[in-house]
Design a protein around this ligand. Structure first.
Ligand code: NAD
Ligand code: DAU
Length: 343
C-alpha cells in the first residue's frame, strides 16, 4: 500500500480502532481516513474528539446495512479497508450470540461484498485488512503456543463469530481474488478500553472501593499487549503484509488473571496513596464464565521475522500508563457510567 489513498477504518470509535485511526491520520497525512462506526454502547465519540485533521472524516453507519455500504463505496474512492468493527465482549456473546452473528459475521460479509463489488473491475493496489483475535484458536495446554497454522477451535459465541468472519475473508480471497490480509492478536489493554473488560473493571472498582470480580479460581492465562503495540503491528501488516497471509500479534506476555490483578492492586495502592495491600482485599472470587478458555499464548515469530515488528512497551510500564490514563480521565469513565457519552 502506498501513495495517496482513501482508507476506510471500521470500528474507529472503539478502543483499538480509535488508536488506529489517530495513528494513521497523524502518520500518513497523504491518506484520507474515513472512520465508519455505528456508535454502539462500545463506540464513544470522546475517544476520537481530538482528531480534527483535514485528512479525517467520521461517518456514523452500520456494517449490517448492505445498501448503506454499497452507496458508501460508490460515493467514496475507497482503496483499502481496515476492519475492526465488531461486538467484542465474550460475556455479552454468552448472553446474546445472535448479535455477534449479525455484526461479526453478516457485517463482515456485507463489507466484503461492498469491497468486491466496487473493486471487481480492478483489484490492483486494493486491500481488505481484517483485524481478528487469538480466541479463534481455542484454549491451550501448558507449553503450547498459537501459530498461524494452528487449527481453529473457537469455544465461545464471540470467538465462533470471529472465526466465521476470518473464514469468510479467506474465502473471498480464494474465490473472488479479493486482496486480503488478516491478523490475530492477543488481549489488548491501555487507554480508552470500555470498562467491561478485566483491567478497566478492576481499576474502576479499586477507585470506588468495590469488589474485584475474579472468575473461577483466577488461574486462567491471557497474553497481554499494550494497545499502541497492536497499532504499530497493524501499520506493519497493512503496509508490508503479504496478500492472503495471516499474522499473529502478541508480546509473549502471559499472566494468570489473579497475578495480573494483584500487580494492578499494588500499582493502584501507590497511585491512590492507600495503605499497601488495601486494594488486594477487594479481590472476590465469583462464578466462572461459562466455557471459560484456560490459556491463550501467541507465537508472534512470523510478524517479528518477516515484518520486523516487535512490541515496545513492558507490561508493568504499560499497566502504569493505563492506570495513569484512567485516573486522569475520570470524566470519560463517569460519562460512560451515566450514559452521557452516547449523547
Ligand atoms: P470495541 O468493542 O471497543 O469497539 C468496537 C467498535 O465497533 C465500537 O466503536 C462499535 O461502535 C463499533 N461497531 C460495533 N458494531 C458495529 C456495526 N454494526 N457497524 C459499525 N460499527 C460497529 O472493540 P475493540 O476491543 O476495540 O476491538 C476491535 C477489534 O479488534 C474487534 O474486531 C476485535 O474482535 C478485535 N480484537 C480485539 C482485541 C482486544 O483485546 N480488545 C484483541 C484482538 C482482536
Ligand atoms: O484474546 C483477545 C480477546 O481479548 C479479544 O478478542 C476480546 O475482544 C477481548 O475482550 C479479550 O477477551 P477476554 O475474554 O480475554 O477479555 P476480558 O477482559 O473479558 O477477560 C480477561 C480475563 O479475565 C478472562 O480470563 C476473564 C477474566 N475476567 C474478566 C472480567 C471482565 C474476570 O476474571 N473478571 C472480570 O470481571
Amino acid at each position: 500500500m502506498k501513495g495517496n489513498k482513501t482508507i476506510l477504518i471500521t470500528g474507529g470509535a472503539g478502543f483499538i480502532g480509535s488508536h488506529v485511526v489517530r495513528y494513521f491520520v497523524e502518520k500518513y497525512p497523504n491518506y484520507s481516513i474515513l472512520n465508519l462506526d455505528k456508535l454502539t454502547y462500545a463506540g464513544n465519540k470522546e475517544n476520537i474528539q481530538d482528531i480534527t485533521a483535514p485528512n479525517y472524516r467520521f461517518i456514523q453507519g452500520d456494517i449490517c446495512d448492505a445498501d448503506f455500504l454499497s452507496t458508501l463505496f460508490a460515493e467514496e474512492t475507497i482503496e483499502a479497508v481496515i476492519h475492526l468493527a465488531a461486538e467484542s465482549h465474550v460475556d455479552r456473546s454468552i448472553e446474546n450470540p445472535l448479535e455477534f452473528v449479525h455484526t461479526n459475521v453478516i457485517g463482515t460479509v456485507n463489507l466484503l461484498n461492498a469491497a468486491k463489488k466496487q473493486w471487481n473491475h480492478d483489484m490492483t493496489d486494493k486491500l481488505f485488512y481484517h483485524v481478528s483475535t487469538d480466541e479463534v484458536y481455542g484454549s491451550l495446554a501448558e507449553g503450547e503456543f498459537f501459530l498461524e497454522t494452528t487449527s481453529y477451535d473457537p469455544q465461545s459465541p464471540y470467538s465462533a463469530s470471529k472465526a466465521s468472519s476470518d473464514h469468510f475473508v479467506r474465502a473471498y480471497h480464494n474465490t473472488y481474488k479479493l486482496p486480503i490480509v488478516l491478523s490475530n492478536c492477543s488481549n489488548n489493554y491501555g487507554p480508552n478500553q470500555f470498562p467491561e473488560k478485566l483491567i478497566p473493571v478492576c481499576i474502576q472498582n479499586i477507585v470506588d472501593n468495590k469488589a474485584l470480580p475474579i472468575y473461577g479460581q483466577g488461574v486462567n492465562v491471557r497474553d497481554w499487549l499494550f494497545v499502541f503495540d497492536h497499532v504499530t503491528a497493524i501499520d506493519k501488516v497493512f503496509h508490508e503484509g503479504k496478500i492472503g497471509e495471516t499474522y499473529n500479534i502478541g508480546g509473549f506476555n502471559e499472566w494468570k488473571n489473579i497475578d495480573l490483578v494483584k500487580t494492578l492492586c499494588k500499582i493502584m495502592d501507590k497511585k491512590l496513596d492507600r495503605e499497601e495491600g488495601s486494594s488486594e482485599k477487594l479481590i472476590t472470587y465469583v462464578t466462572d464464565r461459562a466455557g471459560h478458555d484456560m490459556r491463550y499464548a501467541i507465537d508472534s515469530t512470523k510478524i517479528s521475522q518477516e515484518l520486523n515488528w516487535k512490541p515496545s512497551v513492558q507490561f508493568e510500564e504499560g499497566l502504569e500508563k493505563t492506570v495513569d490514563w484512567y485516573l486522569a480521565n475520570s470524566t470519560w469513565l463517569d460519562n460512560i457510567k451515566t450514559g452521557n457519552y452516547r449523547k
